[in-house]
Design a protein around this ligand. Structure first.
Ligand code: FES
Length: 214
């Protein structure tokens, strides 16, 4: 009886004790499950964060670039340079005559005063649309449908305009831009060529993609 009672007690005790053991085990299992769940969440979150983070290649594609203009001669264009954010860059060196003409021949232009603030930084709101009157920096994409305009820097009659004053002509649908990248009236392109953010690191080294005054 007593054995049985003990046994029973043990049995009974086992049944009394068992829930305690089970409870601990349950807590362990709950904890383990939570921990596994937590790992699962972290494990699931890492790929998400990784896919959300821009890749090194993407970061590099948006990074500033430096362009050496030491070999650029007056009247010439350097470019197109397919470098900054996949956009071609045009850099031209204007002579004094070209700079002067940009202040005079404005009647034929659609936006001579760079009123569309989207198309240039504040420091390029002037007749040259540039930091230095003689050096122009533009994105070489026609604002109509994205063709690459051709550079015709000389004042010289052209097949598409016998009174050409220098600038760019887009062969796709005939839009013209002056030597400040300003679009003429009455052509398909709605806006001036875009001016990227840039700064002069030295007189002959331009950093595209960083703001800064000359
Ligand atoms: S893309 Fe340049 S005029 Fe149409």
């Amino acid at each position: 009886m007593s054995d049985e009672a003990v046994t029973g007690g043990v049995t009974s005790g086992q049944s009394d004790v068992e829930p305690v053991v089970n409870e601990k085990r349950r807590y362990f299992l709950i904890g383990a499950t939570s921990a596994v769940g937590g790992v699962g969440v972290v494990g699931a979150a890492v790929p998400f964060v990784q896919s959300w983070m821009p890749s090194a290649k993407a970061r590099a594609a948006g990074a500033p670039i430096k362009i050496d203009i030491s070999k650029l001669k007056t009247g010439e264009m350097l470019g197109p340079i397919q470098a900054w954010r996949g956009k071609p860059i045009f850099i031209i060196l204007r002579d004094a005559g070209a700079v002067a003409r940009l202040e005079q021949n404005v009647g034929a232009l659609a936006d001579p005063d760079s009123a569309n603030v989207e198309m240039q930084p504040e420091y390029a709101v002037n007749p040259w649309r540039s930091q230095r009157p003689e050096i122009g920096v533009y994105i070489g994409i026609c604002t109509h449908l994205g063709c690459s305009p051709k550079y015709f820097g000389e004042v010289k009659a052209q097949p598409f305009n016998e009174n050409w004053q220098g600038g760019w002509f887009c062969p796709c649908h005939g839009s013209s831009f002056d030597l400040a990248g300003r679009v003429v009236k009455g052509v398909p392109a709605p806006d001036n060529l875009e001016v990227p953010p840039y700064r002069f690191e030295t007189d002959t080294l331009i950093v595209i993609g960083e703001e800064g005054r000359a």
